[in-house]
Design a protein around this ligand. Structure first.
Ligand SMILES: [Zn+2]
Ligand SMILES: [Zn+2]
Ligand SMILES: [Zn+2]
Length: 89
């Protein structure tokens, strides 16, 4: 059971929500995105793997920030990159 061994997901006690409904890195370069994710370490809101630039995944690898939350309205889940684990909250 991934969520039983995932300390990163357990460490999220208060879910960070998006400050804006835009990808922080797509906006300055004029790129488009599909869905948004919010980093649970630093609060950056970035685009998903269906988006051309995949900023959330790149940020997780580059910054070692393991957990994102969906920033889409009505979606309530967290994802841990190192463990490929998802939990709903
Ligand atoms: Zn984990
Ligand atoms: Zn982006
Ligand atoms: Zn981050």
């Amino acid at each position: 059971m991934p969520d039983n061994r995932c300390a990163e997901l357990k460490a999220v006690t208060t879910v960070k929500h998006p400050k804006q409904r835009e990808c922080d890195e797509c906006v300055p370069i004029g790129a488009e995105w599909v869905h948004l994710r919010t980093c649970q370490t630093c609060g950056s809101t970035l685009c998903c793997d269906s988006s051309p630039n995949r900023h959330a995944s790149k940020h997780a690898r580059a910054s070692h920030h393991p957990v994102i939350a969906s920033a889409e309205p009505g979606e309530r889940w967290l994802y841990c990159y190192p463990h490929d684990a998802t939990v709903e909250y």
